[in-house]
Design a protein around this ligand. Sequence first.
Ligand SMILES: C[S@@+](CC[C@H](N)C(=O)[O-])C[C@H]1O[C@@H](n2cnc3c(N)ncnc32)[C@H](O)[C@@H]1O
Length: 308
Amino acid sequence: MADTAREDSTRVAGVGRTALLVAAARAIETSRPDAPARDEYAEHFVRAAPGCADWPLRFDQVPDGDADPLWGRLARFFGLRTRVFDGFLLGAAADGCRQVVVLGAGLDTRAYRLPWPDGTTVFEIDQEPVLTFKQSVLNGLGAVPRASRVALTADLRRDWAGALTGAGLDPTRPTAWLAEGLVPYLPPAAELELLATVDAHSAAGSAFGYEVKSGVRPAEQRGFPIYAAVRERLGIDLLALFDAGPRPDSVADLGARGWRTTVHTPFGVAVRDGAGLRPASDDALAANRWILAVRSAGANTAPVHVPA
Ligand SMILES: C[S@@+](CC[C@H](N)C(=O)[O-])C[C@H]1O[C@@H](n2cnc3c(N)ncnc32)[C@H](O)[C@@H]1O
């Protein structure tokens, strides 16, 4: 398996490589005694990708610990984000969603990690090289999903709904959707189109968790410690990969479509949960917002705005 996975990994480039960064962060977080979420598969993706040989996989391999902007702070952020969306999706499943769609799934292993109710199907959408690499690593581990799993290749900037319904998604049944770490890479029009597509395929009782960046001006943030560390140490220029267009207020759009939305900041969640993530100066994480939305049977037209 190692050779196959290594060959497949060489095609994971550009924005696809950001999935490896998140997997490494989840591996590190998994090694903490107080891990916010555990992903035992994460380290295997990093081990299988040759360009990541010098990346740490455990917190005790991070020389500066929490002071390291990349494998300390950013990893803590990803760990907390994982826990928030794990809880949100499992809550939606408990409320009756038996279809889960992970948009920009990357190396997300929720289909394998989480205790889904019987009859759940998890659909994952990403680029072909990312999904092929992921599959080869999981096959090599003999991993068995805890739900039916359907992996789909699509470009989320274009029409992807047909692939999903063609693969079995039933829009008349409630669905739990997730777009974690995806939206900033999409052009603004594609973000709104993605929301419209989710909305059009969501029966009452559906749920949608996603992440946006609010008020990011890439040119002003190049020197921010997290972006600089990811660029200089991993060769991933996140700000260049983010779409530079002004972001739409997709939260208001969703509210106007009748979804009940709540907006959370990572620091607000960290304080609430007693997690060790605090604001810093020139903080790339200050712009992140986690949106948790539910489509109830009744209409709710009150818009909810992302705080500035
Ligand atoms: C930062 S990673 C996040 C992966 C995963 N959601 C997680 O949190 O671990 C972003 C993912 O979005 C995918 N992606 C970005 N733009 C995409 C597009 N236009 N179509 C399909 N996938 C896309 C990338 O390939 C990558 O796997």
